[in-house]
Design a protein around this ligand. Structure first.
Ligand code: ZN
Length: 133
């Protein structure tokens, strides 16, 4: 019973191959600074589908943190989360990342930004299954 319940709330993140490739080249372009993008797509029953990337209007990037702390994003229901890079090479969300969590999912790409360097997290810092479609 508890297993069933757990399954019901499990969130799965689907990312199109094009979006994945766009994220990876954006991260490489911004290295050694962090890069940040808004993830656009839709969500249904907790599953998130991402097929578009949006450059945030007022992003500030630096080596330690990428974000838009003083500039709230426009309210857009198609904005399902954010992705940013970790030039330091760890894919774990930092406390700052969790404090600035936006939407349903936070995707983090660690250096050197290859296909296996991309991870999805929920607002509690738990890893979510990420599927490339
Ligand atoms: Zn971070």
């Amino acid at each position: 019973m508890s297993e069933l319940k757990k399954k019901k709330f499990e969130r799965k993140i689907s990312l199109t191959k094009d979006a994945r490739d766009g994220i990876l080249s954006f991260c490489k372009m911004n290295h050694p600074n962090e890069g940040i993008l808004i993830l656009r797509g839709k969500s249904k029953h907790g599953d998130v589908y991402i097929d578009e990337l949006v450059v945030p209007p007022f992003s500030e990037t630096g080596a330690d943190f990428a974000g838009f702390p003083h500039n709230p994003l426009p309210l857009d229901l198609s904005y399902v989360g954010i992705v940013h890079s970790h030039p330091s090479g760890t894919a774990k969300p930092s406390l700052t990342d969790l404090d600035n969590f936006f939407g349903l999912v936070s995707i983090i790409v660690k250096s050197p930004y290859e296909d296996d360097d991309i991870f999805a997290w929920d607002s509690d810092g738990r890893e979510l299954p990420l599927v490339i479609i």
